[in-house]
Design a binder for this molecule. Structure first.
Ligand code: GAP
Length: 488
């Protein structure tokens, strides 16, 4: 019977031991809530992002991609609401001075509010029965206060004319800011979507969640623009698509679910929102958000139309974005610069937006956790990562059985041929059994071994990670065989 991971510490240790994920700045004692991806981790996360891109851009006629800069005009974040409202409510424990997110505090009875959004809807002010996660004191919190989550930096060399800009806290706004650029330079008609993946930054309060919640992370976001009235159907469409993506890439169905946002959790402009949640196996098992799928109505484009009319206020306030005020919406907003003329309907409108917004790091964490198994094989423990072939960091490992009789040369030739097509790994050190185990723990689907028979009949053994069965295949047929098995 295969065992799964039970403790976060086990996962952290495995990720470090096998070179998936390291603490950032480890040699200096680490930087809280920032992580580095090692040789296996960088391949895994790249494969997760590639699989997402293939599914949402490459395989669809109605989607295109975009890659925006991380630094944007600060008024983008005024219009989106981030400058004024993107904050977590926090409270400080009067006993130990630890600051905690109010929506993450547990009651003495063990109840917990599990909202994950940073919105103005967090108004849970009664903390009389809440427990400090650091010193366990009950009801010792200060009044909740907002804690701003955007990282600020300065742009410009001269102290006099430098201005505050923000590290983007989501990739989504770059898509809205480029809506008309994309529309004017492609032949796209509504309904269509724009996808973007890349780094986002948030000065998160809650830490110690490994790569689940970090201060620098990668998002994979879609803004899908559709005609008002068709939005409910498109929301259902994207819910189905996104859930299938996780399942098709090997996450077990019983570990995935949808969780609809409660009314008090829903952003004021959102018509509906559902999270794709994964059941992380730590502790007693905890359902956590991997991705949100929201119907954002026409809110964002309308806000940016307001922002485009507010530049005078921004200049008048000496480019102080916090002081600048957002102009009222024009009466003709539906004909504004971010509106769309629908040829078929002969009508101009602001499109509605469905937003499936996923985390690349959270997805990677879920794929790692779900793939992990500990098994007993002939009295020995085997750790294996059963990654879907398209996610496996290394697809094929090539070994000579021993370091003589021409086996390393033959194995190297095979390795050099196959690496043109797949990520491969060559290893001739240690006993063959140990080399297999190392590749099991790295999640490599196939190991090829050149042995004494290879020189006689041209065959090699191909070992399957999951069944551990070995087949003899003619080395001329390897590429075809592996392509079929890996389905790449
Ligand atoms: N544009 C909408 C948006 O950003 P969100 O729920 O704040 O929505 C979307 O973020 C996804 O980004 C989350 O479901 C999660 O996977 C990922 N994410 C958000 N904050 C994160 C953090 N601090 N660390 C890692 N991933 C994060």
């Amino acid at each position: 019977m295969a065992e799964t991971l039970k403790k976060l510490d086990e996962l952290v240790a495995l990720c470090k031991r096998r070179g998936f994920i390291f603490q950032s700045s480890d040699i200096y004692g680490g930087l809280a809530s920032c992580y580095d991806y090692g040789p296996l981790g960088v391949e895994l996360k790249k494969n997760v992002k590639n699989a997402w891109w293939k599914s949402v851009v490459q395989m669809r006629d109605d989607m295109v991609g975009l890659d925006c800069s991380i630094l944007m005009h600060p008024m983008v974040w005024k219009s989106s609401g981030h400058v004024d409202k993107f904050a977590d409510l926090i409270a400080e424990c009067k006993k130990c001075n630890t600051r905690s997110r109010v929506d993450h505090l547990q009651g003495a009875e063990g109840d917990e509010t599990t909202h994950h959004s940073h919105t103005e809807t967090q108004d849970h002010t009664d903390l009389s029965d809440k427990v400090c996660p650091s010193c366990q004191s009950v009801g010792q919190f200060t009044e909740p206060m907002p804690f701003k989550l955007m990282f600020e930096t300065k742009m410009g060399a001269n102290a006099d004319d430098s201005m505050t800009v923000y590290l983007r806290p989501e990739t989504a706004q770059g898509i809205f800011a480029n809506f008309s650029n994309v529309l004017n330079t492609t032949r796209l008609k509504i309904p269509f979507g724009i996808a973007q993946m890349g780094k986002s930054f948030r000065n998160e309060v809650t830490t110690k969640a490994f790569i689940f919640r970090t201060r620098e992370f990668e998002q994979m976001e879609i803004e899908f623009f559709c005609a008002p009235g068709t939005d409910d159907d498109w929301w259902e469409h994207w819910k189905e698509q996104r859930m299938s993506w996780y399942k098709d890439l090997g996450i077990r169905s019983e570990n995935l679910r949808f969780r609809a946002h409660a009314d008090d959790e829903l952003a004021h402009y959102a018509k509906a929102c559902v999270d794709v949640e994964y059941k992380f196996p730590f502790g007693s098992g905890d359902w956590q958000e991997l991705e949100g799928i929201a119907n954002r109505t026409d809110y964002d484009l309308r806000q940016h139309q307001r922002g485009m009319r507010s530049l005078t206020s921004w200049f008048e306030n000496k480019r102080n974005t916090e002081k600048a005020t957002l102009a009222q919406e024009s009466e003709e907003w539906h004909k504004g610069p971010l509106s769309y003329f629908d040829d078929e309907k002969k009508q101009r409108y602001i499109p509605y937006v469905i937003e499936p917004s996923a985390g690349a790091d959270r997805g990677t964490l879920a794929f790692l956790v779900d793939a992990y198994a500990e098994e007993e094989v002939r009295g020995e423990r085997r750790n294996v990562l059963r990654f879907h072939p398209s996610l496996a960091p290394v697809k094929v490992a090539v070994f000579p059985l021993v370091k003589r009789d021409g086996m390393p040369e033959k194995a190297r030739n095979i390795y050099n041929e196959l690496r043109k097509y797949f990520t491969c790994f060559y290893d001739e050190k240690s006993a063959i059994g140990r080399r297999y185990r190392r590749q099991d723990e790295a999640g490599t689907p196939f190991c090829i071994t050149v042995d004494g028979d290879t020189a006689q009949d041209g065959t090699v053994t191909v070992r399957d990670r999951d069944s551990m069965e070995q087949n003899r295949i003619n080395s001329d047929q390897l590429l075809t065989y592996l392509r079929e098995k890996l389905d790449l």
